[in-house]
Ligand binder design. Sequence first.
Ligand code: ZN
Length: 282
Amino acid sequence: MHELRAQIFSALGAEQEFAPGSPPSSTSAPEVQLPVQAESANRSIQKTSCFTLTNQPPHSRDGSNTQAYRGKMKQIYPDLWQTRAEHPFAGVTSHAYLLVRETGNILFYNSGIREEYEHIEALGGVAFQFLSHMDEVGPSLAEIKSRFGSKLCCHRLEESAVKKVTLVDCLFDIRELRLGNIEIIPTPGHTAGSVCFYVNSPFGKSYLFTGDTIYLNNHVWDVRINRYGGGSKSDLRNSLIILQDLAPTVVISSASIGDTPFKEVSADDWRSDIAKVLDTLA
Ligand SMILES: [Zn+2]
């Protein structure tokens, strides 16, 4: 599972990726469009078959009160559950996150922890699986789609990597709202088609799912460029500047190093932390 990520973390050290004299990528950041208002986004979503809001059968939002599951996920916020840690490469940890919504749950990233699928089912299953980039590709993508009947979505530039495992149902391309309150934010740099997802939870937090665009390296925000996936330093800088203008209260990466896979942040700390990372890319 997560073969590509394993390759990247094993084959590409930070020293290589940021080697002085590396030619800048010719890939330029795509034009970013401002998010549309939620109401108008909802209207357009109804016309798009891939993103039609689905009605899930009634289910327990807790998903843990009726039976014991072989594998049980961890509830980290009222509407957000974390899968068990996977280690695609020594020292690297990854998780997936299930956002439980009345209109259809969204699984961010990917999980090969099959023991937890029963628990996911009890939480309402998966309506959509959103990948942040190609390093999350693994055999479980096909299994999740088959088991839950979910739609698999990724950026247009990552599709060729994903469809080696299974068909992609819907593509991201521009910055926009999908499914009512999920903001898709293209953030090229780690890979050409990396995206982040920003969600205002009705329970009060605002989640920023950053994929590997920016991740926690022993509690400190860090970046890594996957040149195999079309990443570039100049694109990454532009993307971090976009993320710097957001005000998330929780930032959740896909992979991480150390024992902290996500972190609560203040607006000031987030801006300051991004500035420090930008300095490393100067
Ligand atoms: Zn990655």
